[in-house]
Design a protein around this ligand. Structure first.
Ligand code: PMP
Length: 352
């Protein structure tokens, strides 16, 4: 550590992303799509290459329009970002500090407490209920700004939008991170017509097969989008590059491919859930592209290591409440059949 580093970063705990080995594993650890990006995305992305000598449109007008048309809002309600992580960062920078915390579920996306610490806000959380669902009453009853993923991160459980509407009735911000909403959950988008204190955060990393493209967006009232742009233009005006913007436009326009991929993931999730339960695993109800599960005879860390030895990479969190579990991203049906076979081998004590 140099003598130049500011005191506030000494001992600071950054976000730790999942492992990204370059090949060699059936990769079920970071909730990516097992399917390649859409052909339409490929064509537009390739065409954009020829103009990479020029700066992109800092407003990303073309993409904002495509998003607005797709989700039935106006382009002024849309802010596009370098991954949805950046949308979340802008939200914390604009609205959180020592006296304005965001309350989050104790088990949720690991970046929320990191952003919170980065802007000097107090870390405030509510525990999940015993069934691993978010405690909606705690969020409805408190007065702070709130943030949660729906479906929730790490668990996959989902909250009906009626409960979100209850939270919005108080004069505070409600941020709903819908990274996983396309895998069978209900979006809070219809609530935007009635509430101007709602921010919806989306990503193209999961259901649109563009994790490496780094594209996310926020949808909110025009005033909120303008405030988030204040942060963006003070930080990184050209935040979403030309190539990523082109790929995003193609991915959103190719609705047929999107439907095909999300349906395949939902089908593979149903198969995996049933097959894992048949092996004696406890599996949490999920509307996301992953399943949180635990084995009655083995700790999550041990199970992850055993799977890894057999070429299957899953995610394990050593945080309280999660250490018994593994989180398994839903891949293709073929990948999930291999995962189930290896799980069976481990449980039955087969040697490799
Ligand atoms: N929100 C949630 C709940 C997530 O799980 C993730 C991905 N790990 C993100 C946001 C960020 O996704 P990205 O930056 O790739 O859009």
């Amino acid at each position: 550590m140099t003598k130049f580093l500011l005191d506030k970063y000494k001992g600071f705990e950054p976000y730790v992303p999942g492992e990204q080995p370059q090949g060699g594993y059936i990769k079920l650890n970071t909730n990516e799509s097992p399917f390649p990006p859409s052909e339409t995305a490929r064509k537009l992305y390739t065409a954009a290459f020829d103009r990479l000598n020029l700066y992109n449109d800092p407003e990303n007008t073309a993409l904002c329009k495509v998003i607005a048309d797709r989700y039935g809002v106006s382009p002024e309600n849309v802010l596009v970002t370098n991954g949805s992580d950046e949308a979340l960062a802008f939200i914390y920078m604009a609205y959180a500090d020592e006296t304005h915390p965001f309350v989050a579920p104790e088990i949720s996306y690991g970046f929320y407490p990191v952003f919170s610490a980065l802007v000097g806000a107090e870390k405030k959380t509510f525990p999940l209920k015993s069934d691993y669902y978010i405690d909606e009453a705690a969020f409805i009853n408190c007065d702070d700004n709130v943030i949660f993923a729906n479906p929730n991160a790490q668990t996959g459980t989902f909250m009906p939008i009626g409960q979100i509407a209850e939270m919005l009735k108080k004069p505070r911000l409600v941020v709903v991170d819908e990274a996983y909403v396309d895998f069978g959950a209900e979006s809070a988008l219809p609530l935007l017509k009635e509430y101007d204190n709602l921010i919806i955060v989306r990503t193209l990393s999961k259901s649109r097969s563009l994790a490496g493209g780094r594209i996310g967006f926020a949808i909110a009232a025009k005033e909120i989008v303008s405030e988030l742009k204040l942060v963006k233009y003070s930080f990184n005006p050209y935040n979403l590059g030309r190539a990523a913007e082109a790929a995003a436009i193609g991915a959103i326009q190719d609705e047929e491919y999107f439907r095909k991929c999300t349906a395949a993931v939902i089908g593979a999730r149903e198969y995996t859930e049933q097959a894992a339960k048949a092996l004696g695993m406890t599996v949490i109800d999920s509307r996301a592209n992953f399943l949180l599960m635990k084995c009655p005879t083995m700790d999550g860390g041990e199970l992850k290591a055993e799977l890894m030895r057999r070429g299957v990479l899953v995610r394990h969190f050593s945080t309280p409440g999660l250490s018994e579990y593994i989180r398994v991203t839903i891949g293709s049906m073929e990948q999930m059949k291999t995962f189930i076979q290896e799980l069976k081998n481990i449980i039955s004590g087969a040697r490799i």
